[in-house]
Write a protein that binds this ligand. Structure first.
Ligand code: 13P
Length: 248
């Protein structure tokens, strides 16, 4: 049985004061949570998370990491630096990074390798644009994105992988994939993973992301291959985020 994971992706939002209220509110609301819960915050606030969340049920992580271990890479942050701040999760290959920072499937695969080797949990995002969906390319696009990662990691490490299906057309648009549309893609993704190892594929959590809100979370999370959510906008509001956790 896969334990559901609800992870907030704060993106480039927050400040010390608003974060303090958000973290305290979520932490306080988690006492009965049956699922795993985390927030992925801007890297400069990881120290704040470590100070506030250590020993609590709320995990924390980053939104990206360098593929390099150390050295002359101005502006980059390494996996070991994330570990210094107690990070457990790293979002990789988010569509915003693919679109605005030219991240390729190959780079995302390399980063995934690094994160797994360090013992952290990668949350690898895949998803098609509206144009790709409308031209019938959804399966080909998400399969290629996932294949790059599956090729890069050892079969034995499969269970450490978390995948997030985030249709680009549903991110920040208020247009959620229907549970059936999402389930179809999640099943495609799991079938791909099964080609690598049938047994371990059952342990891989596949999250849905894209306008997940309190009013649609329950239906989405009830689908057999939807193992949690990667939450953008709704993760910035204590009540909304906790309502989604409650659904999971
Ligand atoms: P929204 O929930 O704001 O649509 O964002 C989803 C997302 O991109 C999470 O990574």
């Amino acid at each position: 049985m896969r334990r559901k994971l609800v992870c907030g992706n704060w993106k480039m939002n927050g400040n010390l004061i608003s974060n303090a209220a958000l973290l305290a509110g979520v932490k306080a609301g988690l006492s009965h949570a049956k699922c795993e819960v985390a927030v992925c915050v801007p890297a400069v606030y990881l120290a704040q998370c470590q100070a506030v969340l250590s020993g609590s049920a709320l995990g924390w992580g980053a939104q990206d990491v360098s593929a390099h271990a150390s050295g002359a890479y101005t502006g980059e942050i390494s996996v070991s630096m994330l570990q210094d701040f107690g990070c457990q999760y790293v979002i990789l290959g988010h569509s915003e990074r693919r679109a605005y920072h030219d991240e390729t499937d190959a780079l995302v695969a390399l980063k995934t390798q690094r994160v797994i080797q360090a013992g952290l949990t990668p949350i690898v995002c895949v998803g098609e644009t509206l144009a790709e969906r409308e031209s019938g390319q959804t399966q080909a696009v998400v399969s290629a994105q996932l294949d790059a990662v599956l090729t890069a990691i050892d079969a034995a490490d499969l269970a450490k992988l978390v995948v997030a299906y985030e249709p680009v057309w549903a991110i920040g648009t208020g247009k959620t994939a229907t549970p059936e549309i999402a389930q179809d893609v999640h099943a495609i993704l799991r079938a791909k993973i099964m080609q690598k190892n049938v047994e371990l594929a059952q342990a891989v959590r596949i999250l849905y992301g894209g306008s997940m809100k309190p009013d649609n979370a329950r239906e989405l999370l009830a689908m057999p291959d939807i193992d949690g959510g990667l939450i953008g906008g709704a993760a910035l509001n204590v009540a909304d985020f906790l309502a989604i956790v409650q659904s999971a």
